[in-house]
Design a protein around this ligand. Structure first.
Ligand code: ATP
Ligand code: MN
Length: 447
């Protein structure tokens, strides 16, 4: 019976014949016997193989070094060692591929995350990156599960677009390089699926996108990538308060899902990279997020007497040091900041009665800062036009967007979650480059 290590380690049926595949993590030899630990990527736990030299020749075992790939056929037994767990007594070992110990970079010693980033093609074979990418998968699955169960439709927005409607960030242009615009107009990679997401919601009722987005952020920070995955739900017939309730419920749901399904990976990450991880996950799930308007956040920052790198003034955009002070030191829980000045937010956000602030909501998390940005959208045709005019935007280009406000407009709202920022929080890692398999950042698009 061919079986994955995660399933085998769950069984309590011993003395059965099984076949297991995996990569060798360690190989320790004593006089008559070899102990080989293998891992197949299904779990953070290794499986111990006992190879008696009587059955498996020593000359052959010389080739079974760290990094090589093998299949083991043998009897799964309860270990006789002092730890009570299962192991395999090998009958036969098949060597798929060797790994020269002089060359294979992942020998037993600890490696820095920096070093591992340079061998991103192999880092999935370490415990830490195995754990991270299993957690990433489970979070992605939980996101689809959550929205599906709530009646949202998965809606795919284009990756190549011809409008930088959002003004969300620097664009990557898409061109064939021969000076002729393939699409007849200049095109770029999308910075957000929101505008098209709104079109979906204003017909399907509630949709979400989950796809790659691109921003030529020319800054090297622990929380920015040039290519990242964004989750953008959008709902018709709801307002900013419903939107906040949904975002909070959603974040708690997916984090709870990870706590429940990724237990051994999270324990491993807690023990190796971030000793406060599990506690901070529980704390987010169990506490209500504090909601406060932007102006109040600014007051708190002003009165903190903190020397911030960027000094506090009304009207400014918050940077990560400000966000993290509010979340980690002042409130000690996630917060939702609302009602930002319209000048620092996008054109499509609904104007408040004061004529100065908009119905925006940013969710700020410990260690991460902004994890979600959202808003109620301006659904009034004339007000939206007026705002676009003030900003000198090209109305013709966005004729289709404006038409949704002309025909059967309704209150609607949504938000964008940076998927890697969520994975960053849930894994307790401290650099966003370590939570996406192949990060794209300034001067780096390897692999
Ligand atoms: P920031 O101020 O942190 O640069 P933003 O306000 O530009 O973010 P939004 O346009 O609101 O970001 O995008 C929605 C979400 O996408 C953000 O809340 C964040 O989680 C995520 N995000 C934005 N830019 C990046 C990036 N370069 N890399 C990874 N995630 C990002
Ligand atoms: Mn934002």
């Amino acid at each position: 019976m061919k079986i994955r290590i995660i399933d085998l380690l769950k069984t309590t049926t011993y003395n059965i014949n099984v076949s297991v595949n995996g990569w060798v993590r360690t190989h320790r030899q004593s006089k008559n016997i070899s102990f080989i630990a293998i891992n197949d990527g299904s779990t953070v736990h290794n499986l111990q193989i006992v190879a008696e030299h009587e059955k498996i020749k020593k000359d052959f075992l010389k080739l079974v070094t760290t990094g090589s790939a093998i299949r083991v056929d043998g009897m799964f037994v309860l270990s006789t060692g002092n730890q009570q767990h299962g192991e395999i007594i090998a009958q036969n070992i098949v060597l798929y591929g060797t790994a020269d110990p002089q060359e294979y970079p992942l020998q037993k010693k600890e490696h820095s995350l920096d070093f591992l980033r340079n061998i991103a093609h192999l880092r999935m074979r370490t415990n830490i990156f195995g754990a991270i990418f299993r957690v990433r998968h489970n979070l992605a699955f939980a996101i689809h599960k959550y929205f599906h169960e709530k009646g949202f439709f998965y809606f795919n927005t284009p990756i190549i677009t011809t409008s930088d409607a959002e003004g969300a960030g620097k664009l990557f242009e898409v061109t064939t390089g021969d000076n002729q615009d393939f699409f007849g107009v200049p095109a770029n990679l999308t910075v957000s699926g929101q505008l098209e997401g709104e079109l979906g919601a204003l017909g399907l009722g509630a949709i979400y996108t989950f796809g790659p987005t691109f921003r030529a952020e020319n800054s090297n920070t622990y929380r920015h990538l040039a290519e990242f995955w964004m989750v953008e739900p959008e709902m018709a017939f709801i307002d900013i308060n419903d939107n906040m309730d949904l975002a909070e419920d959603f974040l708690k749901y997916v984090i709870r899902y990870a706590i429940e399904t990724c237990e051994s990976d999270l324990i491993f990450l807690n023990n190796t990279v971030n000793s406060g991880l599990i506690e901070s996950l529980h704390s987010v799930v169990n506490n209500k997020f504090v909601r406060l308007p932007y102006s109040q956040a600014i007051e708190i920052l002003k009165q903190s007497n903190r020397e911030f790198e960027i000094p506090i003034v009304q009207g400014m955009d918050l940077s990560s040091e400000h966000e993290r002070f509010l979340v980690e030191e002042y409130f000690c829980c996630p917060i939702i900041v609302t009602d930002y000045p319209k000048e620092i937010k996008a054109f499509y956000m609904k104007l408040n009665e004061d004529g100065k602030t908009v119905r925006a909501m940013d969710i700020l998390f410990p260690q991460i800062g902004e994890i979600i940005g959202g808003s109620e959208r301006e659904s009034d045709y004339l007000k939206l036009r007026q705002r676009m005019e003030e900003l000198g935007m090209n109305m013709k280009q966005l004729w289709w967007y404006l038409e949704t406000r002309k025909f059967g407009t309704v209150p609607h709202a949504g938000f964008g979650l940076g998927f890697e920022r969520l994975v960053l929080f849930v894994t307790g890692m401290s650099n966003i480059r370590d939570v996406i398999p192949f990060p794209r950042t300034p001067k780096n698009a390897n692999f």
